[in-house]
Design a protein around this ligand. Structure first.
Ligand code: B3K
Ligand code: ZN
Length: 869
C-alpha cells in the first residue's frame, strides 16, 4: 500500500527528534515557478542524526546544511530523509520550486482570482517547502516576499512588517516578522491588489492595533460588517474571557477560492469571501450572522488555537471544540441566547447525529486518521463544543473561567492536549472529571430513556433514567458516560417546583453516571410535568413518553425558551412519526386540533420574540427526521413533511396572513429585532406558499423586496412549493447577478434543492451557467452540495439518476480538489440506511470510485470505511 494511504494512530504519538527555533523564508513569486528559500535553525532534541522532513508536490532545487551542499538525503513520496546530520544545532537551507497556477487543490500556495494566497492547515505547508510540518514544532517566522510591483501592491504575511524595498530588477519586496513562535499550519502569505478598509482598536491594556480588511477591488462597500464584527469580537473576548490581542496589526483577507470558511493564520486571517462580503442587496440576514460568528471564531483562535496550539492533529477538538463554544457564546451574548442555542442544537441533532451513526463515526478526539482534512467534522467541531459546554455546565461560569486561566498559565506558547485542558478545568474547580473524560474517547450518540412515576401517597416523583450507547463502526464496546441532565418539574399552574432529594434542596443539573439510575424528588404535591434536557445539556437523544397535553403545556408554560421550542419539536416529531406509519398504510396524514390550536396561540402571542416563534414553526427537516428511523423511508418522510406543512398552512391561513402583513417593514436595518421580524414574516410566507394565495404573495414579495433576505425568502418559497412564478423569478435573479459568483451561489442552492421532477436536467443546465466553475468550492457546495444534502426526493430518486450524477461529479472532483470531493461524498457513505434497491445503486457508485487509478487519500479513507474494506 502506498505509504500515504496508511493510517496514523493517536497511540503512536512520538515527540520530535529535532525542533526548529527560527525559520527565514523568502518567496520569489511567479505564477508557474515560485522559488522558496527556507533557512531553518534546527535543534537536535535527542541523539538521532537523521531527520524526516515532510514535502509534497515539490521540486528540490538545492539543500545545504551549515552552508555546505548536502548529499546525504533521499527524496520519497512524502518528503525528504536527511541523514548524517551534525549534533546539536545546525542551519538547514532548502530551496524548492512550486507551481501555484496548477494548484487546484487549494492547499499550500495557490492563486485565487488575481491574488496569491496560502492554506496550510492541516498539512499544507509541506507543499511549500520541506519542513517538520507537525503542530508541535513551533518556530519564529521571518518572511520576505518578492513580487511584481504593479500586479501585487500588497505583500502580506504573519506578524509585523519590518522592512520593505525594491530589488534591482524593479520588483518590490516586503519583510514580515512574527514574534510568536508558531507551528507551520499557521503560516500565511497573500499577494495581490485589493480594496482595504482600516480601523484602529485600543485594547483594554492600551495597545493600539491596526485592523485591516482586504477585499477584491470594487467590493469596499461590502467589507464594513466584517470589520464591525471583528471589533465586537475583540471587545467581547476582553470582557468575557479577559483575553487581549497580542500584535500591532490584525488582517483579514477575503478570497473567492477557498476550501472552507476561513483560516486563523496568526495576524493574517484568510477568509472565504462568502464570510466577509455583505451589503443589503447581496447578503441575507443569515449571511450577516454567519459573518459575525466566523469572524469571531477566527479571532478567538488567537488564544485558543494559536497561543495554545495542538500537540498533534488527534487533539484538533482542543482548539476547535473550544473555539466553537466561544463563538457560540459570543453570538449568544450579542443576540438571542435561545435562538442561537436552537440553531446549534439543530446542527447536532441533524447532521452530527447522522455522522456519528455513519461509517465515519469517530470520537471528538479520533484514534485513527489517514487524511487529516477528513476530520474537520461536525463531531470534532460541534460535538466537541458540546463537550466544552457540558464542562461549563458542570463547573459554572466562575470555575470555568478559573480553568481557562489555569490552562493559559500552564500552556501559553506551547502545543497541548485535550487531557491538558480537562486537567486544568479539574484542578481549577476541584470537580472530578474522571468519568467525564470518556466523552473524548467514546463515539456514538447516547440515548437517555427516562420515565416518571408519581406517588400520591408519598408526595414523591421518581425519575428513572437509563443510558445506552449503541455500537458504532469504529468502536463496539461502550461505557456509561457522565451526562449532566438539566431539568425542571412544573406544577399544574406552570410554576417550577423546588427540587428536593433526601431532605435537601438540590441542583437542577442531575449527574447521570450509571446505566440505570433513579432520582427521587420529595415534597411534590401534585403530579408534575418534567422538562428534561433543558438547554440540551448533553448531546444525547432523549426519550420520555410525553402526552400531547404535557408537551403543549411545556410549549406554553416552560420558563425557558429552549424548553418551549424543544417541547414543540417533540410534539411535531410525534405526529411526523405517526404520519409516516399512516402513509405506509395508505392512510391520510393528520394533526390534532389541539396541536393546531397550540401553534395558533403561539403565532398570535405578542409577548414572544418573533425570532423565537419563527424557530418554533420550523419543522424538523428530512435529515433530522431520517435519524429517527433505522431504515430511512425517503418517500414516506418527504410526503409527510410536505403534507404537514400544507395542513398547518391551511388551518392557520388567516393568522399566518395577518402576521405576514403586520410585519411588513418600511426599511432595512440589521438589528436583532428587525432580523427576528423578518424571520417570522418569511416563515409565514414559507407556509402561505402552500396555499391558494401563495403565488401572488411570493411574486409581490420578490418585486417589493427591500433586501436580499426578502428576495431569497420569496425564491425559496417558490422553489419548495413549486409555484408557477418560480421560473420567472429565477430568470430575473440570474439576469441581475450573473456576473457575481458569490451572489449567484444562492441561486445555485435553489437549483440544487429544486424538488421538481426535472431538477437533475436543470442542474446540468446550471453547470453551464457563466458563473459556474468546478474549480470554485463555493459553486460546488452550493449547487452540488444542496442537491446531495437537501434534495432528498431527487437525489434518492428510485432510478438511481441522482446517485449516478453524484458519482460522476465525485470522479471529476477527486482530481480537481480532493478535499471538496471528500466533503461531497458523505451522503453516499450512508447507503446502508436505505432500502435494498437504493443501497445497491449507491454502493455501485462508491465501488466505481474505489476502482479509479488516482483515487486521492481523502476519498480513499471514506470509501473504504463505508464499503468495510
Ligand atoms: N482551522 C480552520 C480549518 C482548517 C481546515 C483544514 N482542512 C478554520 C477554523 O476552524 O477556524
Ligand atoms: Zn476553528
Amino acid at each position: 500500500m502506498a505509504s500515504e494511504l496508511q493510517a496514523k494512530y493517536r497511540k503512536d504519538y512520538q515527540s520530535p527528534s529535532h525542533t526548529i527555533t527560527d525559520i527565514d523564508l523568502t518567496f520569489y513569486l511567479h505564477e508557474e515557478k515560485t522559488r522558496v528559500v527556507a533557512i531553518s535553525q534546527v535543534r537536535q532534541l535527542d541523539s538521532t542524526n537523521q531527520l524526516v522532513l515532510d514535502g509534497e508536490n515539490l521540486e528540490l532545487a538545492s539543500l545545504h546544511i551549515n552552508d555546505q551542499a548536502w548529499t546525504a538525503f533521499k527524496v520519497t513520496d512524502t518528503g525528504l530523509e536527511l541523514s548524517a546530520l551534525p549534533d546539536g544545532e545546525f542551519e538547514l537551507r532548502v530551496e524548492t520550486m512550486i507551481n501555484p497556477s496548477t494548484n487546484t487543490a487549494l492547499e499550500g500556495l495557490y492563486i485565487s482570482g488575481q491574488a496569491y494566497c496560502t492554506q496550510c492547515e492541516a498539512e499544507g505547508f509541506r507543499r511549500i517547502t520541506y519542513y517538520m510540518d507537525r503542530p508541535d514544532v513551533l518556530a519564529r517566522y521571518t518572511t520576505t516576499i518578492v513580487a511584481d510591483r504593479e500586479k501585487y501592491p500588497y505583500l502580506l504575511s504573519n506578524g509585523n512588517k519590518i522592512e520593505e524595498g525594491v530589488t534591482e530588477d524593479g520588483e518590490s519586496w516586503v519583510r514580515w516578522q512574527d514574534p510568536h513562535p508558531k507551528p507551520a499550519y499557521l503560516f500565511a502569505l497573500v499577494a495581490g491588489d485589493f480594496d482595504m478598509i482600516q480601523e484602529q482598536y485600543k485594547t483594554k491594556s492600551g495597545r493600539m492595533v491596526t485592523l485591516e480588511v482586504f477585499v477584491d477591488k470594487g467590493n469596499r462597500d461590502r467589507a464594513t460588517h466584517a470589520m464591525l464584527s471583528l471589533i465586537n469580537a475583540m471587545q467581547w473576548d476582553e470582557e468575557r474571557f479577559g483575553l487581549e490581542y497580542d500584535l500591532d496589526v490584525y488582517m483579514v483577507v477575503a478570497v473567492d477560492f477557498f476550501n472552507m470558511g476561513a483560516m486563523e493564520n496568526k495576524g493574517l486571517n484568510i477568509f472565504n469571501s462568502k464570510f466577509v462580503l455583505a451589503n443589503d442587496q447581496t447578503a441575507t440576514d443569515y449571511d450577516y450572522q454567519a459573518i459575525e460568528s466566523i469572524i469571531g471564531h477566527e479571532y478567538f483562535h488567537n488564544w485558543t488555537g494559536n497561543r495554545v496550539t495542538c500537540r498533534d492533529w488527534f487533539q484538533l477538538s482542543l482548539k476547535e471544540g473550544l473555539t466553537v463554544f466561544r463563538d457560540q457564546e459570543f453570538s449568544s451574548d450579542l443576540g438571542s441566547r435561545s435562538v442561537k442555542r436552537i440553531q446549534s442544537v439543530r446542527l447536532i441533532r441533524g447532521p452530527q447525529f447522522a455522522e456519528d451513526a455513519s461509517p465515519m463515526s469517530h470520537p471528538i478526539r479520533p484514534e485513527k486518521v489517514i487524511e487529516m482534512n477528513n476530520f474537520y467534522t461536525l463531531t470534532v467541531y460541534e460535538k466537541g463544543s458540546e463537550v466544552i459546554r457540558m464542562i461549563h455546565t458542570l463547573l459554572g461560569e466562575t470555575n470555568f473561567q478559573k480553568g481557562m486561566q489555569l490552562y493559559f498559565e500552564r500552556h501559553d506558547g506551547t502545543a497541548a492536549t485535550c487531557e491538558d485542558f480537562v486537567s486544568a478545568m479539574e484542578d481549577a474547580s476541584g470537580i472530578d472529571l474522571k468519568q467525564f473524560r470518556l466523552w473524548y474517547s467514546q463515539s456514538g450518540t447516547p440515548v437517555l430513556t427516562v420515565s416518571g412515576e408519581y406517588s400520591e401517597a408519598d408526595k414523591q416523583f421518581a425519575l428513572h433514567v437509563s443510558q445506552h450507547t449503541s455500537s458504532t463502526v469504529d468502536q463496539e464496546e461502550k461505557q456509561a458516560l457522565h451526562i449532566p441532565l438539566k431539568m425542571s418539574l412544573y406544577d399544574s399552574e406552570g410554576n417550577r417546583i423546588e427540587l428536593r432529594c433526601n431532605g435537601e434542596k438540590v441542583s437542577d443539573i442531575l449527574n447521570v453516571t450509571e446505566s440505570e439510575q433513579t432520582f427521587i424528588f420529595e415534597n411534590v404535591f401534585e403530579k408534575p410535568v418534567p422538562s428534561l434536557l433543558e438547554e440540551f445539556s448533553a448531546p444525547v437523544k432523549l426519550f420520555y413518553d410525553y402526552s400531547d397535553e404535557e408537551l403543549i403545556f411545556l410549549m406554553v408554560h416552560a420558563k425557558n425558551d429552549f424548553a418551549r421550542w424543544d417541547a414543540g419539536q417533540m410534539l411535531l416529531g410525534k405526529y411526523i412519526r405517526q404520519n409516516v406509519e399512516k402513509v405506509r398504510d395508505n392512510q391520510e396524514t393528520t394533526i390534532s386540533e389541539g396541536v393546531i390550536q397550540a401553534f395558533k396561540d403561539l403565532l398570535l402571542d405578542k409577548s414572544a420574540d418573533p425570532a423565537f416563534i419563527a424557530e418554533m414553526f420550523a419543522l424538523p427537516n428530512f435529515n433530522e427526521v431520517s435519524e429517527w428511523f433505522d431504515e430511512v423511508d425517503v418517500d414516506s418522510i418527504t410526503t409527510v413533511l410536505k403534507s404537514m406543512k400544507v395542513e398547518l398552512a391551511t388551518a392557520l391561513k388567516p393568522e399566518l396572513l395577518s402576521v405576514y402583513h403586520q410585519l411588513k417593514q418600511s426599511d432595512y436595518t440589521i438589528d436583532h429585532e428587525s432580523i427576528g421580524q423578518r424571520a417570522l414574516r418569511n416563515m409565514c410566507l414559507s407556509y402561505l406558499a402552500f396555499t391558494d394565495q401563495g403565488n401572488e404573495l411570493v411574486q409581490n414579495q420578490y418585486q417589493q423586496a427591500l433586501s436580499m433576505t426578502d428576495v431569497i425568502a420569496a425564491m425559496t418559497a417558490a422553489n419548495l412549493a413549486g409555484l408557477s412564478c418560480r421560473e420567472s423569478l429565477m430568470q430575473d435573479y440570474s439576469k441581475q447577478w450573473k456576473h457575481d459568483g458569490l451572489v449567484m451561489d444562492k441561486w445555485f442552492v435553489l437549483q440544487g434543492q429544486n424538488p421538481s421532477e426535472n431538477a437533475l436536467s436543470m442542474i446540468y443546465d446550471s453547470m453551464e451557467h457563466e458563473a459556474f466553475t468546478m474549480k470554485n468550492p463555493n459553486r460546488i457546495r452550493s449547487l452540488i452540495g444542496a442537491f446531495l444534502n437537501y434534495n432528498p426526493k431527487r437525489f434518492h430518486d428510485k432510478s438511481g439518476s441522482g446517485y449516478q450524477f453524484a458519482g460522476k461529479i465525485l470522479q471529476q472532483l477527486n482530481t480537481i480538489n480532493p478535499q471538496v470531493a471528500s466533503r461531497m461524498v458523505d451522503p453516499l457513505l450512508k447507503f446502508k440506511r436505505y432500502d435494498k434497491d437504493r443501497q445497491a445503486l449507491m454502493k455501485k457508485e462508491l465501488e466505481a470510485l474505489l476502482n479509479m487509478d488516482n483515487l486521492a487519500k481523502d476519498l480513499y479513507e471514506k470509501v473504504t470505511k463505508a464499503l468495510d474494506i
